[in-house]
Design a protein. Structure first.
Length: 162
């Protein structure tokens, strides 16, 4: 097979050129007149590569696909991890800003406040019969009974709005 550049060999293997340079510097891959013999390089890599770093069955034209030094399949590189961390920090900062500016409220606090308000409304409405039972029992006119009930409910609801 013909000799090829380190960059071309790296492209064929699906890795960065810097990884191939690192293999050359370690003496794993030997250069001939500054070029790589792909067959010899692949054989040398197969003999020296850590089995945990070898990616199965994605090889191009019978060449093993190798991971960057120290990498593992599915691993996140430093730049990606840093980008993810910064995006997470930005989201946290946005949530903190929205909470402090009053645009965002704690869901537990909202649930507790809604429960307390519902309890007060329920208690006030259930107290109406106790307050009006004697007055309504003495009243013979159905229209007057209706009017008294309406006024009492309106009074309770207006008081709750304040």
């Amino acid at each position: 097979m013909a000799l090829i550049s380190q960059a071309e060999f790296a492209r064929q293997q699906g890795v960065n050129r810097s990884y191939i340079t690192k293999l050359v510097n370690k003496g794993v891959v030997k250069l001939v007149d500054g070029k790589v013999n792909p067959e010899q390089a692949i054989q040398a890599i197969e003999e020296n590569i850590d089995p945990a770093q070898h990616r199965p069955s994605k090889a191009k034209q019978g060449m093993p696909e190798i991971l960057p030094a120290g990498g593992q399949a599915g691993a996140v590189d430093f730049v990606t991890a840093r980008t993810m961390r910064e995006a997470f920090r930005a989201k946290l900062a946005k949530l903190d800003f929205e909470e402090r500016s009053g645009q965002l409220t704690d869901a537990t606090k909202v649930k507790n406040d809604a429960f307390k308000t519902g309890r007060i409304v329920r208690d006030e409405l259930l107290a109406i019969p106790d307050r009006l039972c004697d007055v309504l029992a003495a009243e013979e006119d159905a229209g007057k009974v209706r009017q008294l009930l309406f006024e009492e409910m309106e009074l309770v609801l207006n008081r709750l709005c304040k």
